[in-house]
Write a protein that binds this ligand. Sequence first.
Ligand code: PRT
Ligand code: ZN
Length: 299
Amino acid sequence: MDKETRIKLAVQKSGRLTDPSVDLLARCGLKLSRGKDQLMGYGENMPFDVLFVRDDDIPDLVQEDVCDLGLVGLNVLEEKRLELAARGSPARFEALRTLDFGRCRLSLAVPVEHAYDGPQSLHGKRIATTYPHLLGVFLQQRRIDAEIVILSGAVEIAPRLGRADAICDLVSTGSTLQANHLREVETVLESHAVLIRTPVPLSTEKNEWVERLLLRVEGVQQVKESKYIMLHAPRSALPAIRRLLPGSESPTIIPLEGSPDRVAVHAVCRENVFWETLESLKKAGASALLVLPVEKMLA
Ligand code: PRT
Ligand code: ZN
């Protein structure tokens, strides 16, 4: 395939999104060989090449059509969208899929010893952040007049240094806030990774590959939670068993040779299957229970 028909995909070079992004692409079947400079990964078996860059550059690279696709946090994307809107040039990248990694939230936090009684408590306060636009909208919507202190990092130590009264930063486990004696008080944005695409129309050939990738991404995300359950049961127990199978659509019912009253039930459950569920199924009359991981799934 010539150069123009290869799809360029931007991925974070080194950070929290790197491993899950590369893992997702591998599960979608992409075999990458990394170049000497480690800045590019070449798809050996699919026409995708991966560009490894800083996450903050991904929205621009896709918007400017340097890359066709990008994997980036919603927090970075939405901050960029607001920044572009403020400059009078609306964002043109398109979010294609929500991904099940990179989960975190952009939150407001105050020193634990400070009283907090709703967003109004932030009136007249200084709030440190690297997300001035998202924070700005949050404050504006609530008619709160606060000063936004824009920092480029180490936001969580700003209150201790006397540079701010509160912070607005990403949180996942909350341990960073705790270590800095801060208390999470408001969520500004719930975030996760997203797959974005260029606003420029793609050739038919590229489009077909993007569609294939999207189907595979969906399949990969579904199988993570899915299990294949097999069991034997008396026909009379089928209604109860079907009610107990978690998140399964119509199961396959197979007659058992030599036992007209008994059947085998096979079902894909789109949720995790816990011991408690198996115990309930057994109580309802099921036997020979088997739970298997699902390797691939294509709707
Ligand atoms: O070098 P580059 O610019 O590419 O990387 P970066 O340093 O800007 O980003 P990186 O790798 O830290 O994060 C990339 C993306 O991961 C973010 O844009 C989010 O979409 C997502 N993400 C998910 C997180 C977190 N969870 C997270 N916990 N990004 C940052 N954090 C930080 C947070 O800023 C705080 O310092 O982790 C700390 C809090 O974590 P907890 O677990 O203590 O609450
Ligand atoms: Zn960054």
